[in-house]
Every structure is written in C-alpha cells, then in structure tokens.
Design a protein around this ligand. Structure first.
Ligand code: IMP
Length: 425
C-alpha cells in the first residue's frame, strides 16, 4: 500500500504544497487529481519562492515524477507558462511531467464563461478564482468537454474539434448575455499553438500509476482546495466544482482504495477562506486583520485578501470523517505566537439547538454560531523549533487541544515557510 493522500481539511490554502514537498522526499510520483489552475501552492526552496498552480508540489525533488491526473481540468496555455517559469528558475520540469489524456481542457471561453456567470449571480457571486474551472467541469459532466488527448490527434482534427467547441460556446454565451462575444479563430490560435509542446507530456496516467504501484513505488496524491470547498461535502453552492476528498483522489487518479496507506489532512492552526460563503469562526475586526498581516493571508492565485478566523474543529472533524484522515499536519503555528488568547470552535449553536456536526449546505451553516473554548496563548517564538519538545508549553497544549477536538492525531507541525521548518510530532 504505497499510496499516501494529502488533502486540505479546511477551506483551501492550508499549506498543502509545503507538506506535500516535505512528504515527497523519496516518493516516485506526486499526483494532482482534481482542480486546475485555481490552486495556488507555494513552496519556499532554498530561499526561492515557487508558486505552483498546475504542476504538482513534488517538483522540488529532482527524481520525482509530477502527474496531472484524469480528474483535473487543465489550461494548456497556463501549463506551458508555469513550466517555463519553473524552468527559468533552473528546475527540470518537462522531462518528468505527465498529463492524463483523460483530463479536461480549460479553454479561454471557459474563463470568459466563469466571469459571465459570476456577473449573473448578482449580489451573491461564489467569488471564484476566475480560472474557468467550474465551466470546464460543467462541460465535462454534460459530456461536451474536450480531453487533453486532443493534443495527440492530427492538427486538422484537433483544430476542427476545438473550433466546433468554441463556436457552440459562443452561441451559448451570447444567449446568456448578448454583450459577450469573441473571435473564435483568435481564441483558437493560442490553444492550438500549445499542441507541439503539450503532446509529449500527454499519456494514459492511470496505466502509468498502476504500473508504478505494481512495482511497489511510493506515490503521493496531492489535493487542491479543501474539504469545505468540496462539491458534495462543502458549503454548497460556495464551493469549487471538484471532489477534494479521499474519494476524489481515487476517482481523479485511477488508484484503487486498497492502495491507500495514509491520509494526511492539512490544516492551518487557525482558519482562512477566500471567496464568499459561510465561515462561522470569521473574525471581522482587529484580530482578523492581525492574523492576515502576520500570516500574510493573500491568495497565491488571485492576490485577494483572505478572510481569517479561529480554528473550527467542527469543520475539521467533518473533513476527517468524510476523507478518513489518519493524521493531521498543522501549519502556520508560528502565526499564533504572541496572541494573548486563542479560541477553538468545538460546536455550533443553531436556532437555540446545539450541534456537534456541520449542517449540510451554506444556508444552514450561515445560521450557526460557534461555541468556543478559550485558550491562553504563548509568548515565545516557535519559529526556530524543530521538534515537539522545542515548542513552548502553550503551543504544545494548543496542538493537544486541536487533536482532541478534531479527533485525529497531530503528526506533522510546520512553524515557517521553509522546507526545514516542518517536523514530525
Ligand atoms: P473556483 O474553484 O475558481 O470555481 O472557485 C470556487 C471557490 O473556491 C471560491 O470561493 C474560490 O475562492 C475557492 N477556491 C478555489 N481554489 C482555491 C484555492 O486553491 N484555495 C482557496 N480557495 C480556493
């Protein structure tokens, strides 16, 4: 069972990239299985900051293969730009990247549609990243998407298929909003221009992964976003359009469940959310600003300021149950250094009733008020700590509190952005 799944246990931005990089030492492949360029995984390697959107976070390890699995939606133009920017930093990427021929293509018309649909949501937009991810998944489910295998087809065939897709989309968008128009050929050009560079990367990654598993190779499955943004188990409709759970990891990679040995849920020591939707422990005032400032809580993809709040153990318990977390990795513990007091939500109250579990969907969660336990903070810095024993007593007790209320043991702790600031608990 050489497969290890790493997932977000909150609303995304938990620091999964950093934890995947930590766990990827000695792994043969790191696989993204859902989402697209909406993700923003930041790695700091030797003082260099890498912002990854499509490329898996194992890329910092020279021998590690990066796989973009069948469950992803991939903007080929964005992929080539990302590869070029990583290669500029001296990383060898192309030779060890594989893209599933079954993954779906995000076209520029999906990006446009994302914007149009957000506008049409009027006063309650989802707050998407605007990367065309939702519309591409909608086309996939409607069986009218284009798979990455298109780049392996003869040029004329690829051109005809893409043009037909763009023409259909143009009609649809004009019906939605007559003010929206685009030139099909102008949109087609940059996509077709990717064909030569993308084609050598495209293959049957399900077969590739199954062969690696047969050889006993270690594989990491890297989630994007987080459980509370999951299409089925998150705060619908304020979610992303893919499955951010363990089940999604299997569907989006072709790895069978019996191969999974461990599921790491990555959580921040507090909570953040970008985009709209309920966030029971959100701090609107000064404390929220303080967390944002210290934690530098600005989106890696869109630069948007993240909403900040206290750790919500109800949400993490939900994520842990749905995905079967076997351990927690707690990131950004150092951001809480110096807070006089901290809070952790351990339950909710909704219309006078006490709840221990997350209600289903956004509307019910919107009516929930968190029930907190208060906790005295610690004054000393955790940034130089490299083991549990190095941590101030208050920080250790805080981790105990998190694991007690989340119901899952904390096994990995991170106290800074660099690779060496992560340790096993
Ligand atoms: P979409 O995935 O761009 O459609 O956006 C849907 C929701 O998911 C919005 O609230 C986004 O802010 C959120 N979202 C998407 N990707 C990420 C991510 O990588 N981190 C955090 N939030 C994300």
């Amino acid at each position: 069972m050489p497969c290890h799944v790493v997932l977000g246990g909150q609303w995304g931005d938990e620091g999964k990239g950093k934890i995947v990089d930590y766990l990827a030492a000695g792994a043969h492949a790191v696989v993204r299985f859902q989402g697209g360029a909406n993700a923003g995984h930041t790695l700091v390697l030797g003082g260099r900051r890498l912002a990854l959107h499509l490329v898996p976070s194992g890329i910092g390890h020279p021998g590690c293969l990066g796989v973009l699995g069948n469950g992803m939606v991939i903007d080929p133009v964005a992929l080539l730009e990302e590869i070029a920017s990583l290669e500029k930093l001296g990383l060898e990427v192309r030779g060890r990247l594989r893209v599933s021929s079954a993954a779906h293509v995000v076209l520029p018309c999906h990006v446009l549609q994302d914007r149009v649909e957000e506008r049409r949501r009027g006063g309650s937009p989802v707050g998407t990243t605007g990367r065309g991810v939702g519309p591409a998944y909608a086309d996939k489910a409607a069986r009218q998407g284009v798979q990455m295998g298109i780049f392996l087809r003869p040029e004329g065939e690829a051109r005809a298929r893409l043009r037909e897709t763009l023409e259909r989309k143009r009609e649809l968008l004009q019906a939605l909003d007559p003010g929206v128009d685009f030139d099909v050929d102008a949109m087609l050009g940059p996509v077709l221009a990717c064909r030569e560079q993308v084609a050598p990367l495209v293959c049957d990654t399900t077969a590739l992964l199954q062969d690696l598993l047969d050889e006993g190779r270690r594989i990491l499955l890297e989630g994007a976003q987080g459980a509370m943004l999951d299409l089925d188990h998150g705060t619908y409709p304020y979610v992303t359009s893919s499955s951010c759970t363990s089940a999604g990891a299997l569907v989006g990679s072709g790895v069978p469940p019996q191969e999974v040995a461990a599921v790491t849920g990555v959580v921040k020591a507090y909570a953040t959310r970008v985009g709209n939707g309920p966030f029971p422990t959100e701090l609107a005032g000064e404390e929220g600003d303080r967390l944002r400032q210290i934690g530098q809580e600005y989106g890696a993809t869109t630069g948007r300021a993240r909403r900040c709040g206290w750790f919500d153990a109800v949400a993490v318990r939900h994520a842990a149950r749905v995905s079967g977390f076997t351990e927690l990795a707690v990131t950004k513990l150092d951001v809480l250094d110096g807070f006089e007091s901290l809070r952790v939500a351990v339950g909710y109250e909704q219309d006078g009733k006490k709840l221990r579990r997350m209600p289903v969907g956004a509307e019910d969660l919107e009516r929930c008020r968190p029930e907190y336990v208060e906790f005295a903070g610690w004054r000393t810095s955790t940034q130089g700590c490299r083991s549990l024993l190095d941590l101030p007593g208050g920080a250790r007790r805080y981790l105990d509190l998190l694991q007690e209320h989340a119901g899952i043991p904390v096994r990995i702790v991170s106290v800074g952005p660099d690779r060496d600031s992560t340790f096993r608990a």
